[in-house]
Design a protein around this ligand. Structure first.
Ligand SMILES: Nc1ncnc2c1ncn2[C@@H]1O[C@H](COP(=O)(O)OP(=O)(O)O)[C@@H](O)[C@H]1O
Ligand SMILES: [Mg+2]
Length: 390
């Protein structure tokens, strides 16, 4: 049994796992280092803010944590007291009180629960930093939640904490994370302008970039050879169609690995990936196949049958057309001409059930068809249901 294990280190596949090496985010990491460099080179002299903006799974949380880890290490080398505390505002229900309590608890784990009053927490925090003669970079992840609940107030307080004593050492800097920069429209103008000077944008990952991220994670988590390269690329392709979401990619990798293990397979196959993606991404579940014509369904049947027997991640149009003819003949239907068959494929693409790309490796215009969001078995069953009704 033990030799059938495909995943050797499941912790690596946890969505909150922080990879030792963050790919394709060198520029963003460099920006952060520049913005907060003063904490190491000119401590206490200023206080900075920056915002990381990007879609779900663009690596915002990972970027901040990797940066925070590096900042702490570097400070230690320089014998400076620099803390990095990362809080998720949504998990803390968008409450400034809960955020501050979490920060204080992190800095002073032994601090009594009742040791502070809500309206004095801000002061308590600054007092603790003073006692340590420390600096704190506070990362407010999913800051949208904080703004939604507290309006301008919370950020106003946090950004102006040093204003009452202009000559005192600067101890608190902020790093905000949001997927929606629109939330800042809810803030008063001066708070916004003090925040938006340092905007770090996280573009969507491309399919090849996601491929690299998945490959690195797979290598750390799986037994050697358990995930063929084409399965890595397949996962990357699916996640890239979900707005380049690395979170989706890691979830697919983990889920497919678990399914393959449960089945006792020696390798992860595209169908294992589909078993997972069908649960989260499937347009078949969402909308059904009712709006499709008989011949579109027969085309889908052909696609389902191809992937049921093949472990290739793609089918060529030729392969599908051949199976389409077989499916027509079984039912005494005349197969439609090639140009019409192409239109069926186009319509099926529009539904999102299949996707396609041009095969760059071959001469001519071979289209490669991908079935990404439903398993071939489910698809065959759904199609047969519909075909029998017609
Ligand atoms: N550039 C990257 N290199 C390696 N892993 C990454 C990278 N970007 C994201 N990840 C991984 O993808 C998952 C989602 O990233 P995360 O930082 O949580 O995204 P976000 O916070 O933007 O929604 C995490 O498990 C993270 O480790
Ligand atoms: Mg995040």
């Amino acid at each position: 049994m033990s030799d059938q294990r495909l995943i050797v280190d499941e912790g690596v596949l946890d969505i909150n796992y922080i990879p030792s090496n963050l790919l394709h985010r060198e520029a963003q990491l460099r920006s952060l280092r520049m913005i907060y460099d003063f904490m190491l080179s000119a401590p206490y002299e200023m206080s900075q803010r920056a915002i990381i903006v990007g879609g779900v799974g663009s690596g915002k949380t990972a970027l901040a944590r990797v940066f925070g880890r590096g900042l702490r290490d570097e400070a230690k080398r320089k014998r400076l007291r620099v803390e990095y505390v990362h809080v998720n505002c949504r998990e803390l229900r968008g409450s400034l009180f809960m955020v501050l309590r979490r920060v204080v608890k992190t800095l002073r784990p032994e601090f009594p629960e009742r040791g502070y009053a809500p309206n004095e927490l801000m002061e308590t925090l600054m007092q603790l930093l003073g006692e340590d003669n420390g600096q704190l970079l506070l990362c407010l992840d999913e800051v949208d939640a904080l703004i939604d609940t507290e309006g301008s107030d919370a950020l106003y307080q946090l950004t102006r904490v040093h204003e009452s004593q202009p000559d005192a050492p600067r101890r608190l800097s902020l790093l905000l994370i949001t997927k929606d920069r629109g939330v800042f429209e809810k803030l008063d103008r001066s708070t916004v302008s003090s925040l938006q000077r340092n905007l770090i944008e996280m573009p969507e990952y491309s399919a090849p970039q996601l491929g690299g991220i998945v490959a690195a994670r797979a290598e750390a988590a799986f037994r050697k050879g358990a995930i063929p390269l084409e399965v890595v690329d397949f996962i990357a392709e699916l996640a890239s169609s979900e707005n380049g979401d690395a979170r989706c990619a890691i979830d697919l990798l983990w889920g497919a690995g678990k399914r393959a293990e449960m089945e006792g397979a020696t390798q992860v196959k595209p169908e294992h990936v589909r078993q997972v993606s069908a649960g989260v991404l499937s347009p078949v579940k969402k909308e059904g196949l009712n709006h499709l014509s008989l011949h579109e369904r027969l085309t889908l049947l052909a696609i389902a049958r191809f992937f049921k027997t093949s472990t290739a991640p793609h089918a060529t149009t030729g392969e599908v057309e051949q199976l389409y003819r077989v499916a027509c003949e079984e039912r005494g239907e005349t197969p439609r001409a090639h140009t019409q068959f192409w239109k069926y494929l186009e319509n099926l693409k529009a539904t999102g059930i299949i996707t396609s790309k041009v095969d760059s490796g071959s001469q001519g215009r071979t289209q490669l068809i991908t079935l990404g969001k439903v398993t071939s078995e489910d698809l065959e069953r759904e199609v047969l249901k519909g075909v029998e009704q017609k």
